[in-house]
Design a protein around this ligand. Structure first.
Ligand code: AMP
Length: 422
């Protein structure tokens, strides 16, 4: 069968790698893909902001399965449109993807269904913000309602700065586009866990948990990024807690969406804070995470295509996923200057030697293959991923492989997994 993957990051490279391992798959097409994906799949150009372009491509390719990587195409309704054209596609409809594309919707949904989440207010004007923040105590979290590629959350040390941040979101000064709503939220402390599940609209099956590292600097310092590394172990969530999250967060979310006539099929990514009053939902994503997917798929032993098709066909209840016991880790190599401005087009060396390290897969994010040479093409360039029996072994393998790789200005955090190793 032919599988089409929409996207061009490390997540999509990992998806393409996992899909290509399925004995049923004969052809993988990535749109637009990247330099790493070009080595295992056929890459075709497409603009992921253009619904019509994606539909034209899928109609021309006639894949047996389309997998949507990033959030933007989901929020444009690519799943709805491809389904209407009779194509099989993995991902939520536009209405279901609102769990990610509108934080205001997600918060009010959580509230309606009694699913634990920090106290909040959804505000549509500066005046509403002024009034709402009176009952919040600093630090106060201010969130853009819409998709913001990880840049829409501002943690404010006073009511005054919270009001300013909200104003910056309303005017567009902070993110470029003007927000119609902002979410004011109570600040919580605790460990963050990414709890990803597959859903067929009725049933939920968890993937292995992961913990990511959003800040650019070691010791979790400096500005937020798309994610500088992630790890997954069996011990980060015990069976009882995992079951609690499933029963009280993931399942009620999927049941609630079905009850509201927007059944959620796809990956439900619950971004949780583990607090003194239990796990709380900080955010939902309506898709695989990046770089969580790289670490999660490195541990997956089941056939990914079978699992995704079970979601589309509504028969997830009968599916038990198999995982390699132990751990995995993904360390991201970024361009010098990221998340600020950075150079691109720089040659990358050492990729072949890195791939020789046992248990290691080097997933590409911002790369392009030009005349046989791999070049940098983005802020996050590579995700060096390793699986092993223990987290320290997985990290040792990932860092050993990373030491082989080089490009001008290359940066990576040397402390991925530090919280678990402590
Ligand atoms: P989000 O996109 O909502 O997950 O927020 C991005 C990051 O901001 C999270 O991964 C947290 O580190 C932080 N964050 C978001 N909401 C809160 C909150 N209510 N309390 C503390 N930190 C938060």
């Amino acid at each position: 069968m032919k599988v089409l993957i929409l996207g061009s990051g490390g997540r999509e490279h990992a998806l393409a790698w996992a899909v290509a391992r399925s004995p049923r798959v004969t052809q993988v097409v990535c749109a637009p893909g990247n330099g790493g994906m070009a080595q295992i799949a056929r890459c075709v150009p497409v603009d992921l902001r253009e619904l019509a372009a994606m539909v034209r491509l899928a109609e021309a390719e006639q894949p047996a399965l389309t997998i949507v990587g990033p959030e933007l195409p989901l929020s444009l309704g690519v799943v709805d449109t491809l389904q209407q054209r009779g194509l099989r596609v993995f991902g939520p409809t536009r209405a279901a993807a609102m769990l990610e594309s509108s934080k205001g919707f997600a918060k009010q949904f959580l509230h309606r269904h009694n699913i634990p989440t920090p106290n909040y207010a959804v505000c549509a004007s500066a005046a509403e913000v002024e009034k709402a923040i009176e009952v919040f105590h600093p630090p106060i979290v201010v969130k853009a309602d819409g998709l913001a590629a990880g840049k829409g959350v501002i943690i404010c040390s006073s009511r005054h700065t919270a009001a300013e941040a909200a104003q910056g979101l309303f005017t567009g000064a902070l993110l470029g586009a003007a927000e119609r709503q902002v979410v004011i939220e109570e600040f919580l402390e605790g460990d963050e866990i990414s709890f990803l599940c597959l859903s067929d609209g009725k049933h939920v099956t968890p993937l292995v948990p992961a913990q990511d590292h959003k800040r650019i600097g070691e010791g979790d310092t400096g500005p937020n990024t798309g994610g500088m590394g992630v790890y997954s172990t069996d011990s980060m969530l015990d069976a009882a807690m995992s079951d609690w999250i499933l029963r009280h967060i993931a399942e009620p979310t999927v049941e609630g969406m079905a009850a509201e006539d927007a059944p959620f099929t796809g990956v439900l990514y619950c971004g949780l804070m583990m607090t003194a009053r239990g796990p709380q939902v900080l955010e939902f994503n309506a898709r695989f995470g990046d770089p969580e997917t790289q670490a999660i798929l490195a541990r997956m032993e089941s056939d990914l295509v079978d699992a995704l098709e079970a979601c589309i066909d509504g028969r997830l209840a009968g599916v038990a996923l198999r995982w390699a016991p132990g751990a995995s880790a993904c360390v991201v190599a970024s361009s010098g200057g990221y998340p600020g401005s950075y150079k691109t087009g720089l040659p990358i060396t050492g990729l072949a030697a890195a791939a020789q390290v046992p248990g290691v897969e080097v997933f590409h994010a911002g790369t392009v293959l030009e005349g046989g040479q791999m070049l940098t093409a983005g802020g996050r360039v590579l995700g060096v991923t390793a699986a092993a029996d223990t987290l320290s072994e997985a990290l040792a393998r990932a860092y050993q492989a990373m030491a082989e790789i080089s490009f001008e200005g290359m940066y990576y955090r040397r402390d991925i997994g530090h919280r678990a190793l402590k």
